[in-house]
Design a protein around this ligand. Structure first.
Ligand code: PHE
Length: 448
């Protein structure tokens, strides 16, 4: 194993890195949130805004984070510290956020795992909504499945960067693509699918306003796993000769492709079989099982669908776990195996209150009127994410030396980057302004 001794882990191939990074990006955000948001916010028009933001802000941030990581050749804390002593705290913040996110992400991952087993044993009998609510509000089941999901995540990270994360991503990502394409093909060819396709793609520009645009941008951040130390950490395992620019383009494209495919897999089927598309979180766990029930060979499609969601969730959770693991390995010189075990135990325990928040602790609204789960999501997605994104922009735009950045991004001038000035301008001016607006909106100071 490559991480033994003093040598750090490294990706064994460019493709491996791209699949791992895309794996982190592709997750529950793409599979249920994106199609639903697109539908709710004007279909094609939302897609249009989303694509512009991915192209401008998503690409910019991902490239910046990759550069910080490869320059640092260490965990997120070490990578920021290497450039500026004071900014190591940004690394700490990002590692902390990724840790908190994983604690509840794994609870949801556990639900997905439960659904895989449920479909393998014949699907959900009776009312789907009742099944879902009864399940997530029960006590032991979801906690046990959260544990199983955490163990699966840990087992991959345990094996290291190239023999664990890279190998798993190289298997799970192509499988995920294949399954998603199959389901999308089935969905768009159902009689009556046209309405759903139109719903997803037809631009309704009148629906676009400031709030929709900001929602789209938050979704870009979440979907690309930005500002959580992930791309910094994954970037640190890149070799010096790797072309960062090319990678920073491919990862967002793959992520967006999956989001769009998910739209095609879900919305036309939902329409064709007479269901409501605007169900939000329930779309995946309640509406889709009902859709599969009405489909010929639906149980097979159901099994395939939840396995692909499981793969998407796992490739994201391993990236989240790797962020804290690399901190313990690089800064505390801990053995990877030991680090993973310690973190897994802590994450399992921290996930328990989240899981209970759907059931016996649901009314325990002691955190600003929210229960533990909702509070954690609010804190990470709405507060820490924009704060950390903003600080990252300031860090790269104003703290890190411009010539050093240029050299890092272009491999000492050997790669042409004609848009360097524009890219740097986005980091310096445009992105920070937008992030401040998002933050003010999240905190309720402005209402647009
Ligand atoms: N990007 C993932 C998604 O789209 C979510 C995620 C967030 C993964 C943060 C890792 C870190 O679902």
């Amino acid at each position: 194993m490559e991480e033994k001794g003093l040598k750090r882990g490294q990706w064994s191939s460019t493709l491996g890195f791209i699949l791992a990074a895309a794996g982190s990006a592709v997750g529950l955000g793409n599979l249920w949130k994106f199609p639903y948001l697109a539908g709710k916010n004007g279909g094609g028009a939302y897609l249009f805004v989303y694509l512009i933001f991915v192209g401008i802000i998503g690409f910019t941030m991902i490239l910046a984070e990759m550069a910080i990581g490869r320059n640092g050749q260490s965990d997120a804390f070490g990578a920021y510290k290497k450039i500026s002593e004071n900014w190591k705290y940004l690394g700490v913040l990002q590692i902390l956020v990724s840790f908190l996110i994983l604690s509840y992400y794994s609870v949801i991952g556990g639900w997905v795992l439960k659904y895989v087993f449920t479909f393998l044993s014949g699907g959900i009998k009776g009312d789907k909504a009742t099944f879902f609510t009864n399940y997530i509000s029960s006590t032991n089941g979801p906690i046990i499945f959260h544990l199983f999901f955490m163990i699966a995540t840990a087992a991959i990270v345990f094996k290291g960067v190239s023999s664990g994360i890279e190998k798993a991503s190289k298997f799970m990502m192509p499988a995920l693509f294949g399954l998603l394409i199959l389901i999308a093909l089935r969905s768009v060819t159902l009689p009556g699918a046209g309405a759903g396709i139109k719903f997803f793609l037809k631009p309704d520009f009148s629906k676009i306003n400031g709030s929709v645009a900001l929602d789209a941008l938050s979704q870009v951040f979440y979907s690309l796993s930005l500002a959580m130390g992930i791309t910094v950490t994954y970037g640190s395992y890149l070799r010096k000769e790797e072309n960062l620019l090319g990678n920073a383009v491919k990862v967002p494209i793959l992520d967006t492709l999956v989001a769009m495919l998910a739209g095609f897999a879900i919305l036309p089927a939902v329409f064709a079989l007479g269901f409501e598309p605007g169900a939000g979180p329930g779309l995946m766990f309640i509406t889709l099982p009902a859709v599969f029930e009405k489909m010929t060979f639906g149980i097979i499609f159901g099994i395939m669908f939840f396995i692909l969601v499981l793969f998407a969730a796992l490739t994201s959770s391993i990236s989240l776990l790797e962020v804290s693991t690399s901190l313990l390995v690089d800064q505390f010189k801990m053995k990877r195996e030991k680090a993973v075990i310690i973190l897994t135990v802590l994450l399992f325990l921290l996930g328990i209150p989240s899981s209970l928040s759907m059931g016996s602790w649901a009314d325990l609204k002691i955190f600003f009127g929210m229960n533990f789960f909702d509070f954690l999501i609010y804190l990470t997605d709405n507060v820490f994410l924009p704060v950390s994104g903003l600080l990252t922009c300031i860090f790269v735009g104003y703290v890190w030396k411009k010539t050093d950045i240029y050299n890092q991004v272009t491999n000492n001038g050997t790669i042409t980057f004609k848009l360097f000035k524009a890219w740097f301008g986005v980091l310096r001016y445009l992105a920070p302004v937008i992030l401040v607006v998002i933050l003010l909106k999240s905190l309720g100071f402005i209402n647009i």
